[in-house]
Ligand binder design. Structure first.
Ligand SMILES: [Ca+2]
Ligand SMILES: [Ca+2]
Length: 101
């Protein structure tokens, strides 16, 4: 007997700017035990903590002992901590002000 699972995603500390909300239905063929669901992840440029979102399932057809499985996806940040810099300038004493970048 095939198992049919409706898949939805739910935001956690990861929001919709961090991954693409995904709603799909997957069929696990009889004799198989798993399928993979692809959920696009956004590679942003913001330094941030690792973030998570939830993938929920609703078994709509099949013979399973549970009907509401869920899992957590952890997105590990790959952006470095920003650095604050203050530039060096040389200014004539008659300039009035020093503009420091
Ligand atoms: Ca992010
Ligand atoms: Ca990031």
């Amino acid at each position: 007997m095939d198992t049919v699972v409706e898949i939805t995603t739910a935001t956690g500390t990861a929001g919709t700017s961090d991954y693409t909300t995904t709603t799909t239905t997957v069929t696990i063929p009889a004799g198989n035990t798993s399928v993979n669901v692809s959920i696009p992840i956004t590679d942003d440029t913001t330094d941030e903590p690792n973030e998570t979102f939830t993938v929920n399932g609703n078994v709509t057809s099949g013979n399973t002992s549970n009907t509401d499985p869920s899992g957590t996806v952890t997105i590990t940040d790959n952006d470095g901590t920003p650095v604050v810099t203050i530039g060096d300038v040389t200014v004539d004493e008659g300039a009035g002000t020093a503009s420091v970048p």
